[in-house]
Design a binder for this molecule. Sequence first.
Ligand code: HEM
Ligand SMILES: *[C@@H]1O[C@H](CO)[C@@H](O)[C@H](O)[C@H]1NC(C)=O
Ligand SMILES: *[C@@H]1O[C@H](CO)[C@@H](O)[C@H](O)[C@H]1NC(C)=O
Length: 341
Amino acid sequence: MPDMAHDHHQNLCSFFTLPLFLAIFVFPLVHMYPSVVRSQLDYNFYDKSCPHLQSMVSYAVWAAVRNDSRMAASLLRLHFHDCIVNGCDASVLLDDRDNMKGEKNAPPNRNSLRGFEVIDFIKEDAEKFCPSTVSCADILTLAAREAVVQAGGPFWQVPLGRRDGTTASEKAATDQIPSPIEPLQNIITKFTSKGLDVKDVVVLSGGHTIGFAQCFTFKRRLFDFKGSGKPDPTLDSSFLPSLQSMCPNKDSSNTNLAPLDPTSTFRFDNMYYANLVNNTGLLESDQALTADPRTAQWVNSYNVYPYLFSSDFAASMVKMGNLGILTGQKGQIRKKCGLVN
Ligand code: HEM
Ligand SMILES: *[C@@H]1O[C@H](CO)[C@@H](O)[C@H](O)[C@H]1NC(C)=O
Ligand SMILES: *[C@@H]1O[C@H](CO)[C@@H](O)[C@H](O)[C@H]1NC(C)=O
């Protein structure tokens, strides 16, 4: 009899133990789980909270590019300028306000960055279907990936869960965005100080396989290079006449546009590197990549191996997209991308 009572007690015990265990130890963990997950980015971040996000983004980018074929390039650059200045926190999208001069109007960006209205359009869509859920930083990151894909470039999965910053700094943008006329070593230092490396400089510069530059960003190469009275000797002379006719030697041509990759201006391919090997890179900072052995080796590889360029570009975009991100409880989900809540 004592044995039976004991058995009965044991059965009861094991009967109640599992649910009890779950209630006390496991269910509380389930509630903690989202904040645990949010401390890092996650491919499935919006799968439940905004399941149609990626199709909203790809539709909007498609429509924007159909209307203006340059827009793919502009969206890619917008994401770069967000990430390289204090991280991918959508700070580049913030309008200036009374006590804050933001990044939008910093010299490298003013009258140059484009695509804000495309991001705003996607954000309005996202707010309609999934209010206060999707960050502007994630929208911008997805839009840049879509832009590359739709221009014929590689696809990659975008880790999601970034949150939006609440400040932007004109000075940070001015100091941190690379200039097309500064020495390559400065540009390398700007990248490495963020956790990117020399290879990332070369492969991400391949973004210049699409889009345009205003004449003032490279014009000194065409007429009076560094006071020599002559064109830049590193620019192939057979390429000069067409550039000089797009960018005549007078101030009124400053905002004229020249394609960064004249071989295939709207196609995301590896022709950027073929141009560099041919000494027909547009910006000084582009052509400089062939003059330093640390970078030239990658230029040559990407010229010869288009698939290597595609896969390295995708990997470096993920790396760039993870710079300085806000996650968990940091930052906020802006309701409008130009304004903090
Ligand atoms: C390595 C340092 C870089 C420098 C010095 C640089 C400089 C420039 C300049 C001067 C322009 C022309 C802007 C204008 O005339 O308004 C431009 C355009 C562009 N940049 Fe860069 N850039 C760099 C890196 C990057 C990176 C890493 C990406 C993206 C991965 C990128 C993507 C683009 C695109 C797509 C355009 C064309 C934008 C359009 O047509 O709207 N650039 N860049
Ligand atoms: C179409 O592109 C032009 C610039 O090329 C722009 O001014 C206009 O707002 C765009 N329209 C739409 C509906 O996106
Ligand atoms: C590079 O130069 C070669 C020989 O001049 C020419 O055939 C080729 O089309 C050029 N490629 C580019 C991308 O300009």
